[in-house]
Design a protein around this ligand. Structure first.
Ligand code: TTP
Ligand code: MG
Length: 374
């Protein structure tokens, strides 16, 4: 294939893969409603009540009842209030949603380790070869939906296809609690009938440009030449030319489970005063614990790192039977390590605190507020 002076191999579609895109329905709002079922038939908005913020504040999300009033993510909370004064406003609990997100990923791991999270509430899964040896990706998708509902009392929507681009659009197709399969045979028709704003990369800013060019649908996009698209949109135009032909071979990039989380500080003025060193260690311990907690992880090992002015570096650790439950506990263990191994006759240029040995199964460690009736 030729473009200007460039000659390149035209990307070919890969129909061999089975990709799921799983996206939770009204995620933050659904978690709040799950924990407080009295909210189920009310419009629920995840935002601080505008009265509490003097009108500032933005809507994170809202349930589908609230959406019927025209409320949506990223809208000013004050505007949401105008649209529906009787809506229930709830401040988000980000750390908690993060824990729920970890629980969802644990369920994904029953099927595959090839998981690429895009945010707390959505992920791509490559289930071509899955742990349950199920041939049909549609069946895997349905099993995941059922398992998330049974274990977590939350619903999600799933897109099933042979590439990430189509799977992501498909998951949005029948929300909430929908599942949409787009086979290689269905893909051309599916892609051509899409409205142009469904194509990844076409945002609020570029949408009018597409419209000015008479491109409103996938079909309009399909009718453009590669030259035209690259001329108008550069790299994105190139990518769109192939996407609308069902060609998008980006792999699902699995995130490795983090083995440790730590922080270290280098001090311009070397530390010699023990009180100051302990203050620094307390601060590092606190920050690291917060980070670990926010990820819903439970650590068993605490490591202290000390680098002296001559660059001698010492690391010492304690492994505990019980996981660390608070920042205070981390601080106490670090203090212990410092008092046992620290050398006050030398100036300190760097201190570090790391938590590791994370528990594999986060699932049982996080109690669910509601038991799901089977
Ligand atoms: P989305 O998946 O975009 O929205 P949703 O899950 O609430 O609803 P849908 O059923 O349409 O998928 O985002 C996931 C979460 O991310 C959402 O619950 C809240 C958060 N979020 C924000 O905080 N701000 C935003 O602008 C958006 C779009 C999402
Ligand atoms: Mg969602």
């Amino acid at each position: 294939m030729k473009y200007g002076l460039l000659e390149f191999d035209e990307p070919q579609p890969d129909y061999s893969r089975k990709i799921l895109h799983v996206d939770m329905d009204a995620f933050y709002a659904s978690v709040e409603i799950r924990d407080n079922p009295a909210l189920a038939d009310k419009p629920v908005v995840i935002a601080k009540h505008p009265d509490l913020t003097g009108g500032r504040g933005i809507v994170s999300t809202c349930n589908y009842i609230a959406r019927s009033y025209g409320i949506h993510s990223a809208m000013a909370a004050a505007e949401a209030y105008r649209l529906c004064p009787k809506a229930v406003f709830i401040s988000g609990r980000h750390a908690y949603y993060q824990k729920v997100s970890q629980q969802i990923r644990e369920i994904f791991r029953h099927y595959t380790d090839l998981i690429e999270p895009l945010s707390l509430d959505e992920a791509f899964l490559d289930v071509t070869h899955n742990k349950k040896d199920i041939k049909s990706a549609l069946v895997v998708g349905k099993m995941i939906q059922k398992e998330i509902l049974a274990q977590l009392n939350l619903t999600c929507s799933v897109g099933v296809s042979y590439n990430k681009f189509i799977a992501k659009i498909a998951s949005d197709y029948h929300k909430p609690f929908g599942i949409t399969l787009v086979t290689p045979d269905d893909a051309p028709t599916f892609l051509k009938q899409l409205s142009i704003d469904k194509f990844y990369g076409v945002g609020r800013k570029s949408l009018p440009v597409f419209h000015d060019l008479g491109i409103f649908t996938g079909q309009d996009l399909y009718d453009c030449s590669l030259d035209q698209l690259i001329g108008h949109f550069g790299k994105m135009g190139y990518s769109l030319y192939f996407k609308v032909r069902g060609i998008h071979n980006a792999p699902v990039k699995a995130q490795r489970q983090r083995k440790s989380i730590g922080r270290e500080n280098t001090y311009g003025h070397f530390l010699t005063d023990e009180d100051e060193i302990i203050r620094q260690l307390d601060q590092l311990s606190q920050r690291v614990y917060e980070q670990v907690e926010a990820k819903g992880l439970k650590a068993h090992t605490v490591t202290l790192k000390i680098r002296y002015e001559n660059f001698d570096t010492v690391t010492r650790q304690i492994k505990l039977d019980q996981s660390l439950q608070s920042a205070d506990q981390v601080q106490a263990n670090i203090l212990d390590l410092w008092q046992t191994y620290g050398d006050l006759t030398r100036s300190v240029r760097l201190l570090g605190v790391t938590l590791s040995s994370f528990e594999e199964n986060l699932f049982e460690t996080i109690p669910l507020p509601i038991e799901k009736e089977q």
